[in-house]
Design a protein around this ligand. Structure first.
Ligand SMILES: NC(=O)c1ccc[n+]([C@@H]2O[C@H](COP(=O)([O-])OP(=O)(O)OC[C@H]3O[C@@H](n4cnc5c(N)ncnc54)[C@H](O)[C@@H]3O)[C@@H](O)[C@H]2O)c1
Length: 436
């Protein structure tokens, strides 16, 4: 249960703690912005990454990725000396770990190799009084059972000598600065002192509320948030298939149901992708045999590419070896990220059916399949299948390219296209969750 710890009590713990020097491991989408925010708020920060190219880029005062507000912060903090990119861990008051926690697709669990290696890198530099914070997304009990024994290889004891907390990140790329500063944060220490020290540290730049709890609860909260979204999307996807049986327009039904003050059904689609929502439910359930709703929801969302393909097939019954053009392979709109995208499963299933696939995605450069320009992608195509809700698809006028296509069919698995534009051009249109 989340504890409400008064700030007066909190002050008893932290009055004379020195937490000026911070060593952040992992200079990616989460670690680098966090390091810069601390450096910009009266801390001396060393940013460590095992990828030398990332460190070289930072030493040249260049952000390795675009994120509004951070280039200026990098310039300022490097100039003032409050931020230093390095390849080796240095002594510090606080060590913060923000390294990847990929999904092991064979075992269906978190692959903690980077967290384990980062903690091992810290151990030789640990001294009494240090605080270690894990920001990486981790399964419940990781701080207690996996991180603690590694830190104790230093000869010091957790929590008597070393404080340890989990402080999960909820910021979204594209709006990182605003969200890191303004979102509420969950802070869970291995003991109260760890919690309080971590809360004091983050209060230097976080304006949102700090919710204080223990490390295992914090680990679980982060995973619960994304699991809630996955289960809710699965519900929308299942309702879509039921609505099809009843010839009900599921979009209209969801919209009206959501007018109820206590109902909030998410939207259906071709499945769930990305490195969080589709993966965190597995982290949450990997060591329990109590999960059934969560795993069923995963199955439903994973089956959506097949469902979309069935719908597309029914539009192309009379076409031999059809060519289809996938519009959008990013896992969500207006970004170029294709990690765990459901589009990949759709494409592989369609290929098995003998379909020829062409891909258009104005945001994606590299993908497992060639991504073409619009004209090449629609040339001689029998059907366009919209799998990503990119804004450009919303107002796209097919009049500019319908002459290139062999047949005029479009299936929209996101309900984003402007139907009247497409119908005016003579397209046969179908939208997920709306039967003919
Ligand atoms: N990006 C997001 O939107 C987001 C949101 C919430 C939570 N998270 C979680 O935050 C964590 C970090 O994600 P990210 O997106 O910043 O990852 P990322 O891939 O962008 O960056 C991670 C960096 O860590 C470096 N690294 C790996 N091992 C290292 C080590 N031992 N020491 C130092 N550096 C090391 C890598 O070279 C890489 O540059 C993950 O657990 C992720 O699930 C990410």
């Amino acid at each position: 249960m989340v504890k409400n710890i008064s700030w007066t009590n909190y002050n008893n713990f932290v009055d004379d703690e020195k937490m000026t020097n911070i060593c952040v491991l992992g200079m990616g989408y989460i670690g680098l912005p966090t390091a810069l925010l601390f450096a910009n708020n009266d801390h001396e920060v060393v940013g460590v990454d095992v990828n030398h190219r990332v460190i070289e880029t930072l030493k040249n005062e260049t952000m390795p990725f675009e994120e509004e507000g951070f280039q200026e912060m990098l310039d300022n903090t490097i100039k003032s000396g409050s931020f230093r990119p390095e390849t080796k861990v240095e002594d510090a008051d606080v060590f913060l770990v923000a390294v990847p926690t990929p999904f092991d697709t064979d075992l269906r669990m978190a692959d903690l190799k980077y967290v384990i290696s980062a903690c091992g890198m810290i151990t030789p530099n640990l001294r009494k009084g240090n605080l270690v914070i894990i920001e990486s997304t981790i399964p419940p009990k990781t701080c207690e059972k996996q991180v603690t024994p590694i830190l104790e290889e230093s000869g010091l004891k957790v929590p008597d000598d070393i404080s340890l907390s989990h402080c999960p990140e909820r910021a979204i790329p594209g709006n990182t600065l605003h969200e890191m500063v303004n979102n509420d944060r969950v802070i869970g220490g291995i003991d109260d002192r760890s919690t309080y020290l971590t809360a004091q540290l983050y209060s230097s730049f976080v304006k949102g509320n700090l919710h204080l709890t223990n490390s295992t609860t914090a680990e679980m909260i982060k995973l619960m948030e994304n699991t809630f979204r996955d289960v809710n999307i699965a519900l929308a996807n299942e309702l879509t298939q039921i609505a099809d049986d009843y010839d009900v327009n599921v979009w209209e039904a969801i919209e009206v149901a959501n007018k109820h003050p206590r109902v909030n059904i998410h939207t259906p689609g071709p499945g769930v992708g990305g490195h969080c929502i589709a993966i965190d439910p597995w982290f949450l359930t990997e060591t329990t045999n109590k999960a059934s709703l969560i795993l069923t929801s995963r199955q439903i969302n994973d089956s959506m590419p097949k469902y979309v393909l069935q719908q597309v097939k029914s539009m192309l019954n009379d076409v031999e070896k059809p060519t289809i053009t996938v519009f959008g392979v990013a896992y969500k709109g207006d970004i170029g990220d294709t990690r765990a995208t459901p589009a990949l499963k759709f494409i592989k299933l369609a290929e098995k059916e003998g379909y020829r696939i062409k891909i258009y995605d104005p945001f994606v450069g590299e993908f497992d399949y060639p991504v073409l320009g619009l004209e090449d992608a629609v040339e001689e195509s029998d059907c366009i299948v919209v799998l990503t809700d990119h804004s450009v698809f919303k107002e796209m006028n097919p009049g500019e390219f319908c002459g290139e296509m062999r047949r005029l069919n479009v299936f929209d698995a996101r309900n984003v296209i402007n139907l009247s534009f497409w119908m005016k051009c003579g397209y046969k249109t179908r939208i997920i969750g709306i039967s003919d």
